[in-house]
Design a protein around this ligand. Structure first.
Ligand code: NAP
Ligand code: 8YV
Length: 325
């Protein structure tokens, strides 16, 4: 640390909004991921109090955090923070912040786009034109969203914005989560399998991590049925990918639209070879506009910490308790 600038270790890519936003106030140290941070951790351990995570850089678990005994804040990019052990952090008084809300509309746009692409087979129609097939025949008629029901798995900040778009499209919405929400106008299902049985589309937008691992399993897919479509914009871990591949291969469900995968950026060959599925490279929030807002929130949480103000967007596990440690 220089006389007036606290140290911050930036883990992940050196994005201009983050680097330019932090440099005037902090002494920055950079590592592309947790694995390559080893020497820096040893050097900075006696004094480092703040981490900026500019993209998930590997797991930030107890073993990693315990190397930084003075750590007070981890300002992480992205609303999902399944790469951080927030419970471990909370037990040591470390605040973890994330970037909720500023990406809701963007991710909802992507989810709706992916849903429409999957139901109406729009990428396939584009390939049909480009390959010259239109001059020979008509593109096959597709499934529809008309008179269909979409079951949202995880009606949180983003799920509600997706539901608003579906309302505008006159599509019936129902939802599943651990709790019923009395203030929403949609039917609640405590039982995910029962909801899967009743809907045409399951749209998944829960957090990742242990609590939701393989929530979408063979039984849920079986219940969704042969005309059913799965859309996943949550995390790859929420879906049992092997069960999904089998359900698609055996035509137990009709199709899937996926923005997230179990082992990104590696996508199973079986999915790539299926003509009916639509696959995106985890681009839910990836517009210049929204990524800029997310980067800025990483900066603003650290500026708040440096000025002794409350964090702007702490995760629920590490609420603000009135003072920095
Ligand atoms: P949020 O406001 O916390 O909403 C999460 C919802 O999931 C809540 O309604 C919660 O309801 C439900 N949920 C949590 N655990 C569950 C479980 N075990 N079973 C069933 N439902 C469960 O979060 P958000 O801001 O909407 O973001 C949601 C997630 O979307 C993020 O954590 C991230 O993983 C993902 N995401 C992906 C992209 C992308 O690029 N594809 C972009 C942004 C976010 P209950 O409490 O009632 O269970
Ligand atoms: C980011 C996301 O793309 O916010 C999230 O949880 O999944 C995305 O907005 C992701 O964090 C990429 O690094």
């Amino acid at each position: 640390m220089t006389a007036d600038k606290p140290d911050v270790l930036v883990l992940g890519p050196a994005k201009p909004t983050i680097i330019d936003g932090l440099s005037p106030k902090f002494q920055l140290h950079k590592a592309p991921d947790t694995k390559s941070a080893d020497a820096l951790l040893t050097e900075l351990a006696p004094r480092l109090r703040a981490l900026a995570v500019s993209a998930p850089p590997g797991r930030i678990d107890g073993a990693f955090m315990s190397r930084l005994p003075k750590l007070e804040i981890i300002s992480s990019f992205g609303v999902g923070y399944d790469h951080i052990d927030a419970k471990w952090a909370s037990e040591r008084g470390i605040i973890v912040t994330h970037t909720p809300d500023v990406l809701n509309e963007e991710v909802a746009d992507t989810a709706l786009g992916l849903l429409l692409c999957t139901v109406r087979q729009l990428p396939q129609a584009d390939r049909f034109v480009r390959s010259g097939q239109w001059t020979k025949k008509e593109f096959p008629h597709t499934q529809t969203l008309r008179e269909r029901t979409v079951g949202i798995v995880g009606l949180g900040r983003i799920g509600k914005v997706i539901a608003r778009r579906l309302d505008a499209s006159a599509v019936t919405v129902v939802y599943h989560g651990r709790h019923a929400q009395p203030d929403v106008p949609y039917r609640y299902y405590a039982d995910l399998v029962a909801m899967a049985r009743d809907v045409d589309v399951l749209l998944v937008i829960t957090p990742g991590g242990a609590g939701t691992k393989h929530l979408i399993n063979a039984q849920v897919l079986e219940a969704l049925g042969p005309q059913g479509i799965l859309i996943n914009v949550a995390r790859g871990s929420v879906v049992d990918e092997a069960a999904l591949i089998e359900a698609l291969q055996k035509k137990k469900i009709y199709s899937a639209g996926l923005d997230v995968f179990a082992n990104e950026p590696n996508v199973p060959r079986e999915l790539i070879e299926m003509e009916q599925v639509v696959l995106l490279p985890h681009v839910g929030s990836a517009s210049v506009y929204t990524r800029q807002a997310m980067d800025q929130l990483v900066v603003d949480n650290l500026l708040a910490w440096a000025e002794g103000r409350p964090p702007l967007t702490p995760v629920p596990e590490t609420p603000w308790r009135g003072k920095w440690s």
